[in-house]
Design a protein around this ligand. Structure first.
Ligand SMILES: [Fe+2]
Length: 189
């Protein structure tokens, strides 16, 4: 997929915000404005073609993923979450802003405790919702049966080049994130 102009504009907005005083808040505010008309946003962002949707080695049909921008201080990604897969809990080691322009992205959260992590209250991000996540947030996303979620994820760093954690979905044991373990820890919803 070619990066749609509306996402190129968002990338430029995020880059400008990174030079300012409170980039996380500024990017969050810009995303809230952008997602105020989610139907217009959905119309401006073409759906992924079938051959752009990857299947994991264990047979999970993962959602489409398009990296619109990747640099040391910013990653901007278009992301589909397909029904039928429960992501494993993971963190990001950087601030994040997530906006949903179609469908519902279910967010499960965990909080760090003295001995590890424990489940916390989740939240369903409905169409048009935007949330900021802090660098220590631990989450996993999924989508309800029968309906994919389409979203933009903005990471205030290079999400593909950072030490971060993934958690065993059964024991919640913490491990360094890697794609093999991610695949291993995906579960059928
Ligand atoms: Fe995440």
């Amino acid at each position: 997929m070619q990066t749609p102009p509306v996402i190129e504009e968002l990338v430029a907005t995020c880059q400008a915000a990174l030079g300012g005083e409170s980039p996380h808040q500024t990017i969050h505010a810009a995303m809230v404005d952008l997602f105020a008309d989610p139907a217009a946003l959905a119309a401006a962002i073409p759906p992924f073609a079938d051959d752009e949707v990857a299947t994991s080695r264990r047979g999970f049909r993962l959602g489409g993923e398009h990296i619109a921008h990747q640099s040391d201080d910013l990653t901007v990604m278009l992301l589909d979450t397909l029904p039928g897969v429960l992501q494993p809990p993971h963190d990001h080691s950087m601030n994040v802003v997530i906006g949903v322009f179609e469908g519902t992205e279910e967010q499960r959260f965990w909080a760090r405790t003295d001995g590890g992590v424990a489940p916390a209250a989740g939240r369903a991000l409905e169409t048009g919702d935007v949330i900021p996540l802090g660098a220590r947030a631990i989450h996993a996303i999924s989508s309800p049966e029968g309906q994919a979620a389409r979203a933009i994820h903005v990471y205030l760093g290079n999400i593909y080049d950072v030490d971060r954690s993934i958690f065993d979905p059964h024991t919640l044991e913490e491990h360094p994130m890697d794609s093999e373990r991610y695949d291993e820890y995906c579960q059928h919803a």
